[in-house]
Design a protein around this ligand. Structure first.
Ligand code: UD1
Length: 420
């Protein structure tokens, strides 16, 4: 297992390039199951979740190869329509193969994501939507089994705009008979990116990036190539790192429009931003101001940025709050941040951060991707040495994070360890 050793106290300065978006890639890859043949996705991040999706798809007979951030996929010889628990438990986005498989093969067997029971959450929207499209869904031995001769178009309305369910149903509807309308669809850039690939494959889709997506089903799609959009969460995370450490840095190869609310909040906190078409330069203030955030579906403040925001706010002069409305108990990072001296109190879905108290290095660990990176950020400003254990969580979604931080001047090393 690897850990990071971070020596805090260095302002980050310089320029780094942002990688392709994890969550977009995890939709683009399953979309390739809809039409047999060769695909090429440029700007693909070299991260653990992409390896997991590659291995899952390889278990179905798909050839996946990632070289120099170009992902080559060949879906010409699919031998199985099954997503085993061994992959799905590692990565919930494995559920994204469900819609494409049942649409193209009339059959899919996909493990329920680990730790989740059949019930109102967490994949009920996916299943109810597929049933509306005419699939017969059964549950057997922890697996979702979906069957359909041919899906047929339907009107689907989500109670909550769900990223994964919008992808699954939009993808499935491309090969259905007739028209599908998805109301209250997710408008996240990653869903739109997947929709653009489907359009390039020949799908008739209107309304991408709006809450109403209309899909006119067709008989066949063809393979296509696409460039993955920049990762908005990686962009936000590195901006926070620069802001916290009191530095000045430029992030290139990004899309500022995809994180407008985060940029506004950084400005409110006193950061100076120079925003260009695909670059952002952030200059940290002498003293950060406390700023409250409430997570919300896109274009609101992303839940995937709240842990990092808490780390930032521990450096602000005063008290701020983070209200989590998407995953109401997503606070596993709080007790670990407390080990570094962060003063954060959680009541229901609101965390109150009393900033400006100074952090001290410690050994910390985490149980999820964004929580892990929040520890690294706090370690960058803590006095002395911080060890972040279990960084395999972080490796799921950040490409060479330590190299990027090092390029900006941080003292951070990846070390092999037996510590769990
Ligand atoms: C995606 C992102 C994840 C991000 C999340 C919210 C990927 C791979 N992951 O996850 O990083 O944190 O969006 O922005 O893209 N819900 C249900 N039933 C369902 C589906 C969702 O109740 O069937 C609820 C969820 O519990 C949550 C909300 O809907 O409260 C939004 O979840 P959703 O957008 O589906 O998240 P994911 O697609 O899983």
């Amino acid at each position: 297992m690897d850990k990071f050793i971070v020596q805090g106290g260095t302002p980050l300065n310089g320029t780094v390039a942002i990688s392709g978006a994890k969550n977009a890639t995890l939709e683009l890859m399953p979309a390739a199951l809809l039409a047999p043949g060769a695909y090429q996705f440029t700007n693909t991040p070299n991260i653990r979740d992409v390896w997991t999706m590659s291995r899952l798809m390889a278990s179905m007979g798909v050839h996946c190869e990632l070289n120099d951030n170009i992902l080559h996929i060949n879906t010409a010889n699919i031998t199985s329509q099954e997503a085993p628990y061994s992959y799905v438990k590692q990565m919930r986005a494995s559920i994204h193969v469900l819609g494409p498989l049942v649409a193209r093969y009339g059959y899919a067997k996909v493990s329920l994501p680990g730790g989740c029971a059949w019930g109102p959450r967490p994949v009920d929207f996916h299943l109810k939507g597929l049933e509306k499209l005419g699939a017969e869904i059964t549950l057997d031995g922890g697996y979702i089994i979906a069957r359909a001769k041919r899906l047929r178009g339907a009107n689907i309305t989500f109670d909550i705009a769900s990223v994964g369910a919008t992808f699954n149903l939009m993808a499935a509807a491309t090969l259905a008979h007739g028209r599908t309308v998805i109301n209250n669809a997710a408008i996240e850039p990653e869903v739109t990116a997947a929709g653009r690939l489907l359009q390039k494959m020949g799908a008739q889709i209107e309304g991408l990036g709006t809450p109403t997506i209309t899909i006119e089903g067709c008989d066949n799609l063809k393979p296509a190539n696409i460039e993955t959009i920049p990762d908005r969460v990686e962009t936000g995370t590195l901006l926070v790192a620069v802001a916290m450490t009191g530095g000045k840095a430029t992030l290139t190869n990004t899309n500022p429009y995809h994180l407008a609310v985060v940029l506004e909040k950084l400005e409110e906190a006193g950061c100076e931003l120079d925003i260009r078409a695909d670059e952002i330069t952030l200059t940290a203030p002498d003293q950060l101001k406390p700023v409250d955030v409430v997570t919300a579906v896109y274009p609101g403040f992303p839940t995937d940025m709240q842990a990092q925001w808490m780390s930032l706010m521990t450096c602000a002069a005063g008290t701020s709050t983070v209200q989590e409305t998407i995953y109401k108990d997503r606070f596993s990072h709080v007790p670990e941040l407390a080990r570094l001296g962060c003063d954060i109190h959680v009541s229901e879905n609101v965390a109150t951060i009393r900033g400006g108290k100074g952090l001290t290095g410690a050994t910390v660990m985490s149980t999820d991707l964004r929580a892990s990176v929040a520890m690294v950020l706090a370690g960058l400003v803590a006095q002395g040495q911080t060890e972040v254990l279990r960084i395999y969580h972080l490796d799921r979604g950040y490409e060479s994070l330590e190299l990027k931080l090092e390029a900006l001047g941080a003292s951070i090393r990846r070390v092999k360890t037996d510590q769990l």
